[in-house]
Design a protein around this ligand. Structure first.
Ligand SMILES: [Zn+2]
Length: 317
């Protein structure tokens, strides 16, 4: 049952969101990807059943029904396949399948906004800023440290922009808009929470200035990376929307611990031009209206999604 290959990497999200990800020819890869993600969810389900607590029981019951079947709709006249129906647990901190779908939805929503901004403000460029804090054994303490430090950085920006007397300047003042998420890894050297942020700026922010500021704020951390997002923006943006916990780095036990700590916390924030972007609630694809289709059904059986039938239907006939 335990698969060696670890599910949900950045490339999974890449495959999910590239233009043409819904091509009928790519359906086999997509189903394999979902199968690997679901396999990990099932391992988590077993893990939680072995360690019962009210929260574990509740989470397990969601996992038990998530992704058992997938109903795709093939729009055969245009060679596209859309995920039409499935049951999702929406517990993206423990379920890689829901994490992939959620990441893809968020990425799509922010890329759409970026296209609009780009037309209105052609002088702005996107930059990817990564802010980290030093590893540590206490997840809660490290997470709070990161969140608190980010708040201070945001306050510096707000206060300086508002002309507050004595407010320190921050490189973040160059950002006319930003969206940022928190991510958690643990590669065996302690918990490593960090923040990925896309900032929109007319001039290049200085990495060394950010680094000095961040060290002043955190007191223990100066690792900052700031780079221009060039080429296809979906690649740079992806880093920010991939997932909150890095499943491939975490044992089931650590994953569960992290999920409990992060549950209910705000893991995605934005300001300025990126404020107010709505991420669709549904984890399904948008249907292609008015086109004829076949329904294709898959069920998770024996460690993978297996095709269980199709029903030809042509709308409007
Ligand atoms: Zn799920």
């Amino acid at each position: 049952m335990a698969k060696k290959k670890t599910p949900v990497t950045v490339s999974d999200l890449a495959a999910e969101t590239i233009t043409g990800a819904d091509e009928a020819l790519l359906l086999g890869e997509r189903i394999a990807r979902y199968g690997l993600a679901h396999a990990r969810s099932l391992l988590m389900l077993e893990h939680l059943r072995g360690a019962p607590s009210p929260e574990a029981t509740k989470t397990a019951s969601g996992l038990a029904t998530c992704g058992n079947y997938l109903h795709f709709r093939e729009y055969f006249t245009v060679g596209k396949v859309r995920l039409h129906n499935a049951s999702f647990c929406k517990q993206h901190l423990v379920c890689p399948l829901c994490a992939i779908r959620r990441g893809a939805k968020a990425l799509g929503a922010y890329l759409t906004r970026w296209q609009v901004i780009q037309e209105e403000r052609p002088e702005l460029r996107p930059y990817l800023l990564t802010l980290t804090v030093k590893n540590g054994p206490d997840l809660n303490e490290r997470q709070a440290h990161l969140t608190h430090s980010l708040k201070r950085l945001m306050h510096h920006r707000r206060d300086f922009n508002a002309g507050t007397r004595g407010a320190p300047y921050t490189e973040l003042c160059k950002a006319e808009g930003a969206v940022y998420t928190l991510e958690l890894t643990n590669k065996g050297n302690g918990w490593h929470p960090h923040c990925h942020m896309i900032i929109l700026s007319a001039s290049k922010p200085s990495q060394s200035a950010f680094s000095a500021e961040w060290h002043k704020i955190t007191g223990d951390s100066m690792i900052v990376d700031c780079r221009a997002i060039t080429g296809d923006p979906s690649e740079g943006f992806m880093e920010v929307f991939k997932y909150a916990v890095k499943f491939s780095d975490l044992s089931l036990d650590d994953n569960w611990h992290a999920a409990q700590q992060l549950k209910g916390k705000r893991l995605l924030n934005s300001f300025g031009l990126f404020r107010g972007v709505q991420i669709p609630e549904s984890l399904l694809d948008e249907p292609l209206d008015e086109l004829p289709y076949w329904d294709r059904f898959y069920r998770y059986l024996g460690g993978e999604y297996q095709f269980t039938g199709e029903s030809p239907k042509e709308r409007g006939r």
